[in-house]
Design a protein around this ligand. Structure first.
Ligand code: SF4
Length: 65
């Protein structure tokens, strides 16, 4: 019975670590503001008043994606 409990515990920990790693890997914006690594962060492509300090933006696109 103890082996089953430890197996379940190990699976739960492994899933939690996996979710954390995936969340960090695919989170939006790697800098304090989204604009820091947005492909539209220039005067021609973005006319939003939030730039360059947007923390929420539906137009955000990562430079390398
Ligand atoms: S599209 Fe949004 S995230 Fe990108 S530069 Fe403009 S305001 Fe910033």
């Amino acid at each position: 019975m103890i082996i089953i409990q430890w197996t379940v515990f190990a699976i739960v920990i492994a899933v939690a670590i996996f979710i954390t790693i995936m969340g960090l890997r695919f989170r939006r914006g790697k800098e304090a503001y989204l604009c820091g690594d947005c492909r539209f962060n220039n005067d021609e492509d973005c006319h939003k008043t939030e730039r360059p300090e947007a923390t929420i933006c539906t137009s955000y696109r990562r430079i390398n994606s």
